[in-house]
Structure formats: C-alpha cells, structure tokens
Design a protein around this ligand. Structure first.
Ligand SMILES: [Zn+2]
Length: 324
C-alpha cells in the first residue's frame, strides 16, 4: 500500500511516529564511476534498517543519477555531465522513477513514502506524464531535484511546469544543496520566495551557511525547510571548513549542533539521514571519510529532548510533506 492519503491517516493516528525526511533507494551511477560507496540500497534494505531502529516512516528518493543525462565515460574520465546523444531512456529518470515506485509498491509496507526525481528544462512534459500517472494513483509524495548530479541550478525551477505541478497538487519539493556552483542555498531561497505556496526543503542544512540561516531566521519564509541529512557526516565536513561562511558552532558535538540549529529554526528543521550515504568515502583516494550507519543517526536523534525530537522527526516533517 502506498496511497498517500492512507499513509497520512496512519501518520496522523495516535501513537509515536518517527519520520526520516531524506533517504534514498536504487543505484547511483555517479558513485559507481567515481568509486565512492555505498553505490546502492534496496527498498527492502531501507525498510529493515527502519524497523530495526524504530523509524516508522521515511521519505525516499531514487539515486541521483539518470540515464538520459549521465554518460558514464564522460563523468568517469572528464567529470562532465551533459545530455546524451542516444540516451537509454525517453526522458530523464524514466527508468529510475518507474523502478522506485514499483519497488516501494512491493516492499514499502506502508512505511516508505516515495518521491520522484525531476530534471527541469529537459522533456518536462514527458516527465510530467509519468508524475501525473503516479499522482492519479495517489502514490506520489513529492519531487526531488539533485542539482549537483544533473549540473542543474535550482533557479531552473522558476517558471518550470514542475513547480506549477507541485503547487497545484500540494506536493513538497526537496532540493540538494552544497558548496558547488549548481547547489547554492541562495538559489533555492529564490525559488521559495517566488513560490510562497510551495513547500521546499533545502537538503543537508545548506552546509550550515550563515547567510542561509540569516534568511531562515529573519525573512520568515514559512514554506522553506531544511533537513539535517546526514548530520554526523555533515558535522565532520564542517569541522574541516574554514572559509568563515558557516555558523560558528562546535561541530565536534553533533548533538549540540542540532540543539543550536533548533533554537534558530524550531519549526523548519527536519531530521533525515541520507541513508545509504550516512557513510561517505573519498572519490580520489578511495578512503573512508566517515563510517556512519543508520543506527548512529537514530541514536543521536534518541538523545535529544522529547519535544525537540518530536518536532524535527514528526511535527515539522508532517507540515513539509503534507502541508497539514
Ligand atoms: Zn540525499
């Protein structure tokens, strides 16, 4: 069962519910050719990890790479992403999205809430036809744009049919953020300002950038959320960043970082894990940078005061996912 309304009713019913707002399933081609791992996770794996750790629900996206845009040779040898002359699918994410929803139907157990990946600016009508089919079956929980994996700026969502579609059907949009030129948090903020009735989440806490948190705390933007996925690993990288652009927090204490962020944006912070990319390895040196497992992130969540835990893994997440 993956009907959205049914899962909403289950989530809204009495009893403790804990939602992971950001995780993945499927295969990721970029990770394969750049020799980073993990390279895949099945829906069965994800559901088992959740059950073993008391996580009742999760929003899950397909792996970020597609077969329309992604040329393994060019990415592997030249780090270039561009549309293929003879793609292996009719439109971006055709195969990944179809496989994702089929797998959730089989093994999602009413716990997994599938998002569809989108690529604005390329064959939008064809992508939308599939999204409409999923929507008609009440199976679509939201849209995911991976800016870095497609080398596409979030600004491309302005004027896009996807944003119109999300607004019309009250679907949330999750957008990857990072320090690279395609994934700037300020561009995502622009989209959120342009579409105040569309719920948008900046993934990965925008790398804790001061400018982003200034906007989140001062400008309001009640439609703009940010998620912690994958928090332990994000803190590892933040400890090694010294360009003065990030919030001045003690990143050697991930629990304290969550508490500090929560004080700033108690109603917009979401807990998520980025599983299976809780662990991150180095592209070039084949070195393990952080060896984190799902249980570590869940343990950290469990260490928080009950009211904080409930807000970031349930109340705020419900508002982001369902707008109610
Ligand atoms: Zn992710």
């Amino acid at each position: 069962m993956i009907e959205r309304e049914e899962i909403f009713k289950d989530l809204a019913s009495p009893g403790t519910k804990t939602i992971d707002a950001h995780s993945h399933a499927g295969v990721d081609l970029t990770n394969i050719v750049r020799r980073r791992y993990p390279i895949a996770q099945s829906i069965i794996d994800m559901a088992r990890k959740m059950n073993a750790n008391g996580i009742t629900h999760a929003a899950v996206f397909p792996g970020p790479s597609d077969l329309f845009w992604f040329d393994p040779r060019k990415v592997a040898f030249d780090a270039v992403w561009e549309q293929l002359e003879k793609p292996a699918e009719r439109f971006p994410y055709e195969h990944a999205n179809i496989a994702h929803f089929a797998e959730v139907e089989l093994f999602g157990n009413g716990q997994i809430m599938p998002f569809a990946n989108i690529l604005p600016g390329t064959k939008e009508d064809e992508q939308l036809n599939l999204l409409k089919e999923l929507l008609d079956g009440d199976r679509l929980f939201g849209l995911k744009l991976h800016t870095l994996a497609t080398h596409t700026h979030a600004l491309k969502l302005i004027g896009s049919k996807f944003t119109e579609f999300a607004t019309e059907h009250s679907l949330p949009i999750m957008i990857h953020s990072g320090p690279d030129e395609y994934s700037r948090p300020d561009q995502i903020v622009e989209v959120a300002k342009k579409y105040p009735d569309t719920r948008i989440c900046i993934a990965h806490t925008g790398d804790y950038e001061k400018d982003l948190f200034a906007v989140l705390t001062k400008d309001g933007l009640p439609n703009l959320f940010t998620d912690l996925a994958p928090h332990i690993t994000n803190c590892y990288f933040a400890q090694r960043r010294d360009d003065g652009k990030i919030l001045d927090l003690d990143y050697s204490k991930p629990r304290q970082v969550i508490m500090d962020l929560y004080k700033m944006i108690p109603d917009r912070l979401l807990w998520g894990t980025d599983e299976p990319w809780t662990t991150v390895t180095d592209d070039n040196n084949h070195k393990i940078l952080t060896k984190v497992v799902y249980e570590d992130e869940v343990t950290l969540l469990g260490d928080l005061p009950t009211s904080v835990r409930k807000d970031i893994s349930y109340t705020n997440t419900m508002r982001f996912l369902f707008g109610r």
